[in-house]
Design a protein around this ligand. Structure first.
Ligand SMILES: NC(=O)c1ccc[n+]([C@@H]2O[C@H](COP(=O)([O-])OP(=O)(O)OC[C@H]3O[C@@H](n4cnc5c(N)ncnc54)[C@H](OP(=O)(O)O)[C@@H]3O)[C@@H](O)[C@H]2O)c1
Length: 325
């Protein structure tokens, strides 16, 4: 099968197309004939040699795909060959065939283009487990999502606006503000021009927001503490501006805040299945109607290198995909 190989992992890595043996579905797994793979920042880090795949995972890049089931392993539940699915993978997505745990796959409704569906799994799993699982977002509570036009932000806003939450979001340009409002944000904050703490405070009668999903870190750690409501929950999924920062914890104590951070990739198949089951129940009924994947650009598999360079520029709105079939 065709697959993408990392030539010279490191700062100046090159992605080249190669031929590798087709994998097989083991017990509890499905083999997917891949239509498209979603790009994630972790792929760029892995190619630079900074983020090794978890033990046992394919060394091929790619943590999410869409496609058609080509093989069903023993004990893989009710999946059938020919089913259209999208799935979260520990690796192996930049290839014509990829193996997924049966419990990490979700059906693709006819209302969603099969290629676009490749952008759903990573964003949906990450948004749900952090905002609802760790963040315990309750009905009626408000939410601040940093990076509102990121792959994760663009889907998370749609999911939680659809559930009736008032959503604040930060983005880096006026064009991105307009996109975030279209996804359902009540207030998009251009962080280049406005201070999100001041905006959130003035729009919530000084109370702050109940849950914050942050991918920025650095000085946002302190500013999130200032923007949080009493009993607020702040969940980090990345620290793009830095893992180290000085923090005054006074308000964490006095506002009784929770600060947490999680990763998804290394979780067990059972933990991922539990998130998948919750998504199936709570989110998937709206996928294809209220909730749609947001695709910025699709590159052919052979242009994986170009796709990575495009992602590194961070101008995109939504997901960047590699089309394989
Ligand atoms: N922990 C986990 O389990 C997990 C899972 C998946 C992804 N992640 C991480 O989550 C992040 C988002 O993933 P993604 O795939 O959605 O990435 P993405 O589409 O590349 O988005 C990255 C976003 O970060 C935003 N950003 C950068 N600096 C910012 C700032 N100072 N204020 C507000 N926004 C800022 C950028 O927005 P602007 O261009 O508007 O600045 C961009 O939209 C990545 O860092 C990824 O590694 C973590």
């Amino acid at each position: 099968m065709k697959a993408v190989h990392i030539e010279g992992p490191g700062r100046d890595y090159r992605l080249v197309t190669t031929t590798l043996p087709r994998p097989q579905a083991g017990p509890g797994q499905i083999l997917i004939a891949v239509a498209a793979a979603g790009l994630n920042n972790a792929d760029l880090l892995q190619a630079r040699g900074l983020y090794p795949p978890p033990p046992g995972a394919s060394p091929i890049l790619g943590m999410e795909v869409s496609g058609v089931i080509a093989e069903v392993g023993e004990g893989a539940g009710s999946w059938k060959t020919g089913d259209k699915v999208c799935a979260l993978l520990p690796g192996g997505g930049y290839a014509e065939f990829a193996v997924a745990d049966a419990g990490a796959a979700l059906p693709v409704p006819d209302t969603i283009d099969l290629v676009d569906a490749a952008g759903l799994p990573e964003a949906a799993f990450t948004a749900w487990t952090n905002i609802v699982g760790m963040g315990r977002l309750a009905p009626g509570e408000s939410l601040l999502i940093h990076g509102g036009t990121s792959g994760i932000g663009s889907l998370a806003i749609q999911i939680f606006a659809g559930r009736g939450h008032r959503i604040f979001t930060t983005v880096g340009s006026a064009e991105k503000c307009a996109a975030a409002v279209k996804f359902g944000a009540a207030r998009a904050i251009n962080y280049a021009r406005e201070d999100f703490v001041a905006v959130v405070k003035s729009e919530t009668d000084n109370k702050g927001v109940d849950v914050i999903l942050d991918m920025v870190g650095g000085d946002y750690v302190q500013r999130n503490i200032a923007a949080a409501a009493p009993w607020g929950r702040i969940i980090n999924i990345a620290y793009q501006s830095g893992f180290r920062t000085g923090v005054d914890f006074t308000s964490v104590l006095t506002k009784r805040l929770t600060l947490a951070a999680t990763t998804l990739r290394g979780r067990t198949a059972e933990q991922k299945r539990a998130i998948r089951d919750a998504l199936m129940r709570e989110v998937w009924p709206g996928v294809g109607t209220g909730i749609k994947p947001v695709t910025d650009r699709v590159f052919p598999l052979e242009q994986a290198q170009k796709a990575h360079e495009f992602m590194a520029k961070t101008g995109h709105i939504g997901k960047i995909l590699l089309q394989i079939a």
